[in-house]
Each structure stands twice: as structure tokens, then as C-alpha cells.
Design a protein around this ligand. Structure first.
Ligand code: NAD
Length: 358
């Protein structure tokens, strides 16, 4: 499909290319929506094979951010930036690195607040400190709200408790067996919450030292990368990759609840969302469960207050309960209920909000 046709079909507002010959910066920013407020989404640095691949990624990720913020009740729109290049090469020269990110900051400033950036895959808060030298439209800074991952983990834990409430009538994970896939920034902290709550953990990661850490700290049982789908568990918590709920894995999953941090958990939402529903599984939609990080970043934009952030993240519990009960009442898969919740808010707010609100 041609770009304008695609943008028209899915309601995209803006797609911007930026090229700085001097620093080698090639960036694409996609603003999907500013209906609810300034668009916000991190900057991903990736060695894309083609320019089309980069554009597709920016388009897909920006729309996802619109839905995530809309569903979380934030006054934020959805956007995302992708940078095409080899980060490993760039970090070899600290002078070039600074110039590169400051050039990116100058470009972001030129969007005049319609888009706020943050760190994402392959970018760091140190990179964002350089960006911050040239623009105010950058969030998640180390000296402000910092790394969003612990807040994402807290939100996932609350989503998991809500899922348990609906599945078992009790929100506690005490005595529940949880299979955690991926022990990175979010997964490891989630394990801590679960362990403190009395859950039994099965874990896997491609990094053996992380697995060893979880075994030592939480008494977790280690399983291989593939075995995680066969664990006789109550809850499967995907915290590594997307698309792990698919035709191959669904017949193997023995859990009652699926709830984790990974984005795009369902390989094809309309297909696999329906299949797991028919199998009687309770699925907490990914972008609702993993919204803790963006909620924390939003608090930074308002003027950071960690207690307020934790209170806002706590509401993920109620939101997941609402989605799961609506799904049970209407027969709609949970991913669809979440999408409709986001769309209802977006449609209601058209022409209401100024993008410069807080
Ligand atoms: P991370 O990179 O810190 O951790 C990911 C972990 O998964 C790593 O330890 C990695 O070794 C492991 N892994 C990779 N492939 C694996 C495989 N095949 N099997 C098992 N483990 C594997 O990332 P993170 O920040 O912890 O984020 C985890 C997931 O949550 C990602 O999908 C991310 O997009 C999503 N997410 C993160 C945040 C956040 O605040 N960090 C917010 C929303 C969504």
C-alpha cells in the first residue's frame, strides 16, 4: 500500500525524515496521533536492512503508542522515532556520538512539541542527555524519572494480580506457579515482586548469568528456552520477545493466565486472541499490562512525583479487571476490548484537547 493510503486508512498525522550529512544521522519520526496530547514514544536505533523496513517499524510502533496511552488514560498521543545505522560504530567516537545526538535533539526541537522522545531499544538515558541539550521535548531522563523498567514491572505485577482475581477469585499470586520468559530489566524485577508475594518461579533467558541470578535470589527453577512453553504452570509471563503466543505454542501452554511485559505477545491478535479465549485462557492485553513505564514518563512531563506515579500505575489493576469482565460479558477477546477502550477515548476527545495540555 502507498504511504499516504496507509496513513489515511489508519489515521496517521505525520511522517518526517531527517538527514544530517555532517553527523551521519538518518532519522524518521512518525506521529500517529495528537488527539489526546503531544505524541510520545521512544527512539529506536537499528541497523535496518532497508529504508522501507524502518518506515514500517516507525508507523507500527507509533500507532501502538497511541493505543497504549489512550487506554492508560494519559493525555498523550502516539509517536515513535527510528534511527537507521550501526550504534556499535557510533559509540567508538565520543565526539561524534555527542554531535549525533545533539543533531537529533535539534531536529526534535523543530517538531515544536508535537512529539516527545525518550530512550528505547539500543538507546540510553546518556544518549538522551545529549538530546536534552538541544530540546526540551525529551523524557525519561536519568536525573528525572529515569529508567522506566521498574515501573513497567510494577504495572505488570498489578495486571497479573488482576488476572488472578478473575481466574481464581483471589488476586494473590501466593502458591501460584509462574513461568517467566526473559530476565532483563523488567523480567527480573517482576520475579522479585512474585517471589515476595509467595509465587513459585520457573525461568529462562538466553543469558545464563541472569538465570543463575534468579535461581539464587528467588529459588527459581531454570528451564531451557524452549521448555518454558511446556511448564506446568498457572501463569505464563512473557518478558522477552513478541509473538510468542502463536500456532506452535498455544497447544503447549498449560497456564490459565497470560500476562507479561513483552509487546505484541499475540502473533496475530485477531487469530490468536480468539483461539486463547476459546481455550479458556485469561489474557491481560500487553499494552495495558506494560503501561507502567509510559505512565511514569508522563508523570515526569507533568513534574515528577514518584508517589503519584505509583498511584497511577496501581490503576492498571482496575483497568485489567474492567477489560477481563467486559470480555466475559460480551464474548469479545480481551485484545479487542482494550482496542475499543482506546478508540472510544480517542473518538470522544477529537477536537477537545490542546496538544500542549498536561
Ligand atoms: P531487556 O532487553 O532488558 O530484557 C529482555 C531479556 O530477554 C534479556 O535478558 C534477554 O536475554 C532475554 N531474551 C531474549 N530472547 C530470549 C528468548 N528467546 N528466550 C528467553 N529470553 C530471551 O528488555 P526489558 O526492558 O526487560 O523489556 C522486556 C520486554 O518488555 C520487551 O519486549 C520490551 O519491549 C517490553 N517492554 C519493556 C518496557 C520497559 O519499560 N523496559 C516497557 C514496555 C514494554
Amino acid at each position: 500500500m502507498k504511504t499516504f493510503d496507509y496513513m489515511e486508512k489508519y489515521g496517521y498525522e505525520q511522517l518526517v525524515y531527517f538527514c544530517d550529512v555532517n553527523t551521519g544521522l538518518k532519522a524518521i519520526t512518525c506521529i500517529h496521533s495528537t488527539v489526546l496530547g503531544p505524541s510520545l514514544g521512544g527512539t529506536r536505533f537499528w541497523n535496518y536492512a532497508t529504508e522501507d523496513e524502518a518506515v514500517e517499524d516507525a508507523l507500527r510502533l507509533a500507532k501502538g503508542m497511541t493505543y497504549k496511552s489512550a487506554c492508560a488514560g494519559l493525555n498523550l498521543g502516539g509517536g515513535k522515532s527510528v534511527i537507521i545505522g550501526d550504534k556499535k560504530e557510533l559509540v567508538k567516537d565520543s565526539v561524534k556520538l555527542e554531535a549525533f545526538w545533539r543533531s537529533f535533539g535539534r531536529y526534535i526541537q523543530g517538531l515544536n512539541g508535537r512529539y516527545i522522545t525518550a530512550e528505547d531499544v539500543n538507546t540510553t538515558t546518556a544518549d538522551m542527555d545529549f538530546v536534552n541539550m538541544e530540546t526540551n521535548y525529551v523524557a525519561g531522563l536519568a536525573h528525572k524519572s529515569g529508567d522506566p523498567s521498574p515501573f513497567t514491572a510494577l504495572g505488570v505485577f498489578r495486571a497479573l494480580q488482576a488476572s488472578c482475581k478473575v481466574a481464581y477469585g483471589d488476586s494473590s499470586t501466593k502458591g501460584k506457579v509462574v513461568a517467566v520468559q526473559g530476565l532483563g530489566h523488567v523480567g527480573m524485577t517482576l520475579c522479585q515482586y512474585l517471589h515476595d508475594d509467595g509465587a513459585t518461579l520457573f525461568v529462562t533467558d538466553i543469558e545464563q548469568d541472569r538465570v543463575n541470578e534468579a535461581v539464587t535470589r528467588f529459588g527459581a527453577k531454570a528451564v531451557s528456552l524452549d521448555e518454558i512453553y511446556d511448564v506446568d504452570c498457572d501463569i505464563y509471563a512473557p518478558c522477552a520477545l513478541g509473538a510468542t503466543v502463536n500456532d506452535d505454542t498455544i497447544p503447549r501452554l498449560k497456564c490459565k493466565v497470560i500476562c507479561g511485559a513483552a509487546n505484541n505477545v499475540l502473533k496475530e491478535a485477531p487469530v490468536h486472541g480468539k483461539v486463547i479465549q476459546e481455550k479458556g485462557l485469561i489474557y491481560a492485553p500487553d499494552y495495558v499490562a506494560n503501561a507502567g513505564g509510559i505512565i511514569n514518563v508522563y508523570e515526569e512531563i507533568k513534574g515528577y512525583n514518584e508517589a503519584a506515579s505509583r498511584r497511577a500505575i496501581d490503576k492498571i489493576y482496575d483497568r485489567v479487571i474492567e477489560i477481563l469482565t467486559t470480555s466475559a460479558d460480551t464474548g469479545k477477546p480481551t485484545y479487542q476490548v482494550a482496542d475499543e477502550m482506546a478508540e472510544r477515548r480517542l473518538n470522544a476527545m477529537k477536537n477537545v484537547n490542546s496538544i500542549y495540555n498536561k
